[in-house]
Ligand binder design. Structure first.
Ligand SMILES: Nc1ncnc2c1ncn2[C@@H]1O[C@H](COP(=O)(O)OP(=O)(O)O)[C@@H](O)[C@H]1O
Ligand SMILES: [Mg+2]
Length: 483
């Protein structure tokens, strides 16, 4: 994966590195601890088992010899078999036995016992704990376990011999030594392998995060189509990727709207400018009479008025969006405001054969509003209503106070708006029927301006309409400025 060092990559990478490092460290420590505990406890169990089997062997031998001495005190062959011959056949766990009489004189000894062990020391060590298994080093340092116990000879209580047994446990010790060696070797190997494996696992887990970051880095205003493919991601990261993609969807949509908006502006500005230019060129092609010039000027003026209205609307919308928007609120009597709008449009309405009425309660409704902005909003609604209502129809202006909120309604009995167009009528430059609206001189900015005026007042605008029956726009806003 290539990283662009100029972008925010270093930050993202540093984070991932720390995360990977931490995960690796935690994983390795836990792994090593488990191996340590596992092997150490196995070692302890093994050592205990080996000791136990040695002790059992000693106890067993002791038992056999005591039984022999008691039951068959004269069976010298049997004793010799046990003490002198059996050992010679063994290669593993060599053991040595000595039988001593009451006066300390040896009766029978396994050959080689004196070379292996200091027998006086054996006597000293085992004296206080008859029958117990006691560790002792041989003459050449090899490890032994020794035991000794008295044994009655025959059934008469006259004679009491002592049995001394020593068993060579160097093989067991070697086994344990090898085990310890392996133990350290495995631990050493694991302390290399665990970090390696842990690092790979951590990197694998973090990869989606890095992919998300690299996608984010690739995204520019011209490249909003880029999305994160979250297949195979763990669910937490899949939801992160999903949220990210949703954000991109929204960004892409608003970018598209903005570019559509600029295309519309360009188009709407070009038409009147082209008209003025065309007429001027035609007029200048040859000499004209004063009347002809006047006609051209009048037509140009009309286009210029249209242009400046359009520019004025655009400027208004741009300003309303900026954070420096200022609303000059003052006490406004809403019913009086509606009457003023009605008076202004009376002539236009009656020219189109439309009845324009205000329906307001007797009680005055006062609110803190920007009077000129509100006049503009209501005027836009009334001019729309008149433009889309056929002769004989009616346009009604109504207002009502609803506790802290006030409501202004402009309804008409006009042509209505198709249901599929309703959600878009507040969009800039949107017109339901281009040819019809063009003739009425609309720019498609009227309702967008209404909506931004409502936003400036902390209110909202809603529209409802039925094709062929009429339209109703409702403005809602708080009567008193919030905050
Ligand atoms: N009262 C209404 N009756 C029918 N259609 C309407 C009404 N008000 C608005 N519209 C539709 O909504 C569109 C957008 O309105 P507006 O933003 O004021 O733009 P303009 O009036 O400049 O066309 C209009 O072109 C028209 O198609
Ligand atoms: Mg309009």
């Amino acid at each position: 994966m290539s990283l662009n060092p100029a972008s925010s990559a270093p930050g993202a990478q540093r984070l991932s590195r720390t995360l990977a490092f931490r995960l690796t460290a935690a994983y390795s420590l836990a792994g090593l601890l488990m191996v340590l505990l596992g092997t150490a406890s196995l070692y302890i169990v093994l050592r205990a088992e080996l000791n136990k089997s040695t002790d059992l062997f000693l106890a067993d031998k002791l038992h056999v010899l005591r039984t022999m001495l008691r039951e068959r005190p004269d069976d010298d062959d049997g004793l010799r078999e046990e003490i002198q011959l059996e050992n010679a056949a063994r290669r593993y766990q060599q053991f040595y036995i000595r039988l001593v009489d009451e006066h300390g004189a040896p009766v029978m000894t396994t050959p080689g016992m004196e070379e292996q062990l200091d027998l006086d020391e054996l006597v000293r060590r085992t004296r206080d704990r008859p029958g117990a298994s006691i560790p002792m080093a041989g003459r050449r340092g090899q490890p032994f376990r020794v035991t000794s116990a008295d044994a009655r000879v025959g059934t008469a209580p006259s004679r009491n011999d002592t049995i001394q047994i020593a068993i060579d446990i160097s093989q067991e010790e070697a086994l344990l030594r090898r085990y310890r060696l392996w133990f350290w070797a495995i631990l050493l190997a694991m302390s290399f392998f665990f970090p390696l494996i842990g690092y790979r696992v951590a990197r694998h887990g973090i990869r989606p995060v890095e992919e998300i970051a690299s996608t984010a880095r690739r995204i520019t205003s011209t490249n909003l189509r880029e999305r994160i493919r979250a297949e195979g991601y763990p669910s937490e990261l899949a939801s992160l990727a999903g949220t990210f993609n949703e954000m991109l969807d929204r960004l892409e949509e608003s970018f598209e709207r903005i570019s559509r908006f600029s295309a519309d502006i360009a188009h709407d500005l070009r038409t009147p400018v082209n008209n003025i230019r065309g007429e001027a060129e035609v007029a200048l092609a040859r000499a004209r009479t004063a009347d002809e010039y006047r006609e051209v000027l009048e037509s140009s003026l009309e286009e210029a008025v249209r242009l400046s209205e359009l520019i004025g609307d655009l400027l208004f919308l741009a300003r309303a969006e900026s954070p420096l928007k200022n609303v000059r609120r003052q006490k406004v009597e809403v019913c009086e405001l509606l009457s003023a709008v009605r008076e202004y449009y009376d002539a236009t309405a009656s020219d189109g054969g439309i009845t324009l009425v205000t329906a307001v309660n007797a009680a005055p409704i006062t609110a803190e509003l920007d009077r000129s902005l509100m006049l503009r909003a209501v005027s836009n609604l009334v001019s729309n209503a008149i433009a889309h209502t056929l002769p004989g129809g009616m346009v009604t202006l109504a207002a009502a106070a609803d506790g802290e909120a006030i409501r202004i309604e402009v309804s008409d009995t006009g042509v209505g708006i198709p249901i599929e167009a309703l959600p878009r009528v507040f969009d800039r430059f949107f017109r339901v029927d281009l040819s019809r609206s063009k003739s009425s001189g609309g720019t498609g900015l009227g309702l967008a301006i209404v909506q931004s005026i409502m936003t400036l007042h902390g209110g909202s605008a809603e529209i409802s309409s039925e094709l062929g029956r009429g339209t109703c726009v409702t403005l809602r806003m708080p009567a008193i400025a919030a905050g």
